[in-house]
Design a protein around this ligand. Structure first.
Ligand SMILES: *Cc1c(COP(=O)(O)O)cnc(C)c1O
Length: 365
């Protein structure tokens, strides 16, 4: 058969062991998952109310235009309805962009240690992939510019970057986009924007007027606590949205997700509380790292990448057996680190205790 040969290069997404399996295997009563940057506090109460309200609509296809959610976002961002595209998670928007812009005739530029789905989709769509290594955990924007040529149809920027949590300042981002050719699409993935506290960070929404080749990705999976409902969106110039729309499945965002996302964006107070608690959590991790001489990247997101200077899979395994699921840095391009999602105060203290146990054990060895 004549399938796309590049699929053989890819491994399908490996779902982690279920929490129940891990409990049974290690005889643990409680497992805390700090692996996928979900919101440990869940979603706003107002979201729960909105979901109850939408139950009557189950037999009917979702609104393919996401009218109510679109209107809520128009009000929130003060943009026009034609500037939005909705996805079954931001992952789906990445897929749509890839499908619409990438082929074996094109190439695409991205950081080497960044969100995996840019590359994954580009491989499927057959584009040449140019991965530029981070410098000190940050995008090498000059290196990325140098890699762009007349065949580059998309350049990906993750800001803040997953898995490092680092960010690109307003001046640097602007200077970068100015130098990208106007016929190359610049994707700025802002999945963690709502956690950012840095003064010189720039929500790239304010660059939209200036750059018609810019698209911004956002998600309801992180601070809004709706990862299982799969709602993400892109914001761009109406001409770009028009190009992408035919590549979108008509009913890609489900009814519950639309109702939940609308309620979530309208409760900014809740997001603000989560942001604050996340900051307090990060401070705990910073202190732990500093007291123990561990390297980490200061984070603008809801996770922290900590370098244990030992095999990341071994650190992962040790913490797993203590009841904490984190992400090994191995698959993320940081083989001696782990990425830990900031949890609730109790969860943070718990995983820090487990990491302290690991360091104590290592000294004994
Ligand atoms: C989590 C994440 C996404 C995907 O979010 P979904 O809306 O759940 O698909 C996209 N980009 C980055 C950088 C992420 O960390």
């Amino acid at each position: 058969m004549k399938w796309k040969q590049q699929l053989l290069e890819l491994t399908p997404y490996q779902p982690g062991k279920s929490i129940d399996d891990v409990k049974r295997q290690y005889g643990l009563e409680k497992i805390v998952k700090l692996a996928s940057n979900e919101n440990p506090f869940g979603c706003s109460e107002k979201v729960i109310a909105a979901i109850k309200y939408s139950a009557a609509s189950f037999p009917i296809y979702p609104d393919g235009y996401a009218t109510n959610l679109r209107e809520a976002l128009v009000n929130h961002f003060h943009l026009s309805p034609a500037q939005f595209i909705f996805g079954n998670g931001a992952d789906n928007i990445i897929q749509i962009i890839s499908r619409a812009f990438l082929s074996s005739d094109s190439n695409t530029v991205m950081a080497k240690q960044t969100f995996s789905q840019y590359k994954h989709n580009a491989v499927i769509d057959g584009a040449e992939i140019k991965e530029i290594p981070l410098i000190d955990g940050e995008h090498d924007l000059n290196g990325m510019l140098e890699a762009i040529d007349e065949k580059t149809s998309v350049v990906w920027v993750c800001n803040p970057n997953n898995p490092t949590g680092t960010y690109i300042s307003e001046n640097r981002l602007k200077a970068f986009i100015e130098k990208v050719p106007s016929d190359t699409l610049v994707v700025v993935d802002e999945a963690y924007v709502d956690y950012v506290v840095a003064d010189d960070y720039c929500e790239s929404i304010k660059l939209l007027d200036q750059f018609p080749n810019l698209i911004i990705l956002r998600t309801f999976s992180k601070i809004y606590g709706l990862a299982s409902l799969r709602v993400g969106f892109g914001i761009s110039h109406p001409d770009i949205i028009k190009i992408l729309e035919p590549a979108r499945e008509p009913f890609n965002v489900n009814t519950i997700g639309q109702a939940a996302a609308k309620a979530a964006i309208e409760d900014q107070q809740y997001a603000e509380i989560c942001k604050q608690k996340n900051r307090e959590g990060l401070e705990l991790f910073y202190r732990f790292c500093e007291e123990n001489g561990l390297d980490y990247y200061p984070s603008q997101a809801n996770f922290i990448l900590i370098d244990f200077k030992m095999d990341g899979n071994a650190v992962f395994q040790f913490l797993l057996e203590q009841g904490f699921i984190v992400r090994s840095g191995k698959a993320l391009g940081f083989p001696t680190a782990v990425r830990v999602t900031v949890g609730s105060k109790e969860q943070n203290e718990g995983v820090i205790q487990a990491m302290t146990n690991l360091l104590a054990e290592k000294t004994v060895i």
